[in-house]
Design a protein around this ligand. Structure first.
Ligand code: F6P
Length: 549
């Protein structure tokens, strides 16, 4: 038996179950606001530039107090401090978890195994900056002497989603003369579409892979090298001017044929999904420039400091984590929607899917025992107004409880014309209207008062009580993006700490990788694959039969 009490046997857990059964069986947001008009103000916290209103949740002061007691009992802040100190809290991989050191100030000290890692972080940042400036200024030349016009980042998972998301988010800060494209899928169509209209002489490939063994990335990188050499009609000496690597694995980078002088390093204490503010962000840095990149790092740091020092009752990541626990564990909510009202944040939720689901999609506790409580939710969502015309129907009137985060910006980006800037009010009117409708709905009497025929009243009634968090920021700057990402990183941390799981490993992705390696020879050479189940064996046979050579 583990030495600490199982989560669901803790008195703080059963107190929450009792609270739900006794006082919060059918909570009504209309009533909660009517009896507590101060809750909008009281349930709003600030983290840097982010204003987070969580008043439209099915909670009272008592709920929050009980959730905080659970956080205290599970020592969330103790684990947080251990993380910031560089302790090896990723126990299944025996690694420190120090993405926070990636944005530490130059004079900060963060030790792993007795060594201060901050100088190395800044050495790499400086090297990235010098390289990014060379590419941006045109000083970096391709093999034929032409300047670089397109950067293609080849990576997958954490080596793709972060920079791809941030490039979209910060597009208005990018050098519009320099395009960045992202290739992740091992489907050859991805690389084909990315390079088909490019001039190889003006193309730089960034091969981003922490391990430099990921089959998708190495396969695409090899194909990209072949494409480049064919297009340039050049030998392997052309590679140096067109390929750089971002990795922790210098040996594999050299084996691939990339000069390690053109490698930008990071470390095993940076998890893939926590890595886009490391060297993995090089494509982004080239796009927005080193100064903007550092502004983004400062944004991360603002929320790191907030998480580290804000008291529990105003600690935004803690509160957001606790709210997720409230719905996931006490209301049986299975999913969590993240709905940005910003075109620039169109990839934000996709990025969060890896951050959250690869971190907290676990069913074995840190103690090695199976958990007997729900862990990470399904995270989903797309930009808000598009979602309104697709799946919001289900959020408003479906049978499932879907807590949602609404992310909105008070100002559009500077670059928009006055006419397009004016559209921002309409966008934000939708933003505010939706959370109001979700929370307060429309009663049958309100529907009748509009003269709706009685038989349609049930159809036009909105029950409301759909919980939402509203996150408002002044505008989408690099700093604000860093703040938003850090907010979610730490929210995920809080939940993993309470669920007693290791949020920093990802063993669950291994089995599929191993099986794919085993199946591939059956597809390409018709080789016998021992141990294939009858369903998969039949599917493979059909594939072989119908495959065009
Ligand atoms: O999906 C598994 C995973 O290991 C992720 O955690 C990681 O972000 C991704 O693969 C890519 O790994 P690498 O950067 O080593 O190529």
């Amino acid at each position: 038996m583990p030495d600490t009490p199982r989560l669901i046997r803790r008195p703080e857990w059963t107190a929450l179950e009792d609270h739900r059964a006794d006082s919060m069986l059918h909570p009504q947001l209309r009533d909660l606001f009517a009896t507590d008009p101060g809750r909008a103000e009281r349930y709003t916290v600030r983290a840097g530039d982010l204003r987070i209103d969580y008043s439209k949740h099915l909670i009272t002061d008592e709920t929050l107090a009980l959730l905080q007691e659970l956080a205290t009992a599970t020592d969330v802040f103790g684990l947080r401090d251990a993380m910031f100190r560089g302790e090896k809290i990723n126990t299944t991989e025996d690694r420190a978890v120090l993405h926070t050191a990636l944005r530490a100030a130059r004079d900060a000290v963060v030790e792993v195994d007795g060594e201060n890692v901050v100088p190395a972080v800044h050495t790499v940042l400086d090297k990235m900056s010098a390289f990014a400036e060379k590419v941006r200024s045109g000083e970096w030349r391709g093999h034929t002497g032409r300047r670089i016009r397109t950067v293609v980042n080849i990576g997958i998972g954490g080596s793709d989603l972060g920079p791809a998301m941030a490039y979209e988010a910060l597009r208005s800060f990018t050098d519009r003369e320099l395009a960045v494209r992202f290739v992740s899928n091992v489907d050859g169509a991805d690389l084909h579409e990315a390079v088909r209209d490019l001039d190889a002489a003006e193309t730089l490939f960034i091969i981003a892979s922490k391990t430099f063994t990921t089959i998708e990335t190495i396969t695409n990188a090899t194909s990209a090298r072949d494409w480049l050499l064919t297009e340039l009609k050049a030998g392997p000496d052309a590679v140096a001017a067109h390929f750089v690597a971002l990795s922790t694995n210098a040996e594999k980078v050299a084996d691939f044929g990339i000069d390690t002088a053109n490698m930008f390093a990071f470390w095993d204490w940076v998890g893939g999904r926590y890595s886009f503010d490391s060297a993995i962000g090089l494509s982004l840095m080239i796009a927005i420039g080193p100064d903007r990149f550092r502004e983004m790092l400062e944004g991360f740091r603002i929320v790191d400091e907030h998480f580290r020092t804000a008291p529990a009752e105003s600690n935004a990541p803690l509160l957001m984590g606790l709210l997720g626990i409230w719905y996931g564990n006490f209301f049986e909510a299975q999913s969590h929607a993240v709905l940005p009202y910003s075109h620039y944040l169109s990839r934000f939720t996709a990025y969060l899917q890896q951050l959250d689901m690869e971190s907290n999609g676990k069913s074995t506790g840190r103690d090695g025992h199976p958990v007997d409580w729900q862990t990470g939710p399904v995270v989903w969502g797309t930009p808000g107004t598009n979602g309104q015309h697709a799946y919001y129907q289900l959020i408003h009137q479906g049978t499932k409880l879907i807590p949602a985060d609404f992310i909105g910006l008070i100002n559009p980006v500077d670059e928009l014309s006055p006419a397009l800037r004016a559209q921002h009010d309409l966008l934000m009117a939708n933003f505010f209207a939706q959370t109001q409708a979700l929370a307060f709905g429309k009663t049958p009497d309100e529907v009748r008062a509009e003269g709706v025929p009685e038989e349609l009243v049930p159809h036009k009634t909105f029950r409301g009580n759909r919980p939402t968090t509203t996150i408002l920021a002044p505008e989408l700057t690099p700093s604000v993006l860093g703040q938003l990402v850090a907010l979610y990183e730490h929210k995920v941390f809080v939940q993993g700490a309470i669920w007693n799981i290791d949020s920093f490993d990802q063993w669950g992705v291994e089995l599929g990788k191993i099986l794919a390696k085993r199946v591939e020879p059956a597809l390409t050479e018709g080789a016998e694959v021992p141990g294939l189940d009858p369903s998969t064996a039949a599917l493979v046979a059909t594939y072989r039969t119908l495959r065009k050579q």
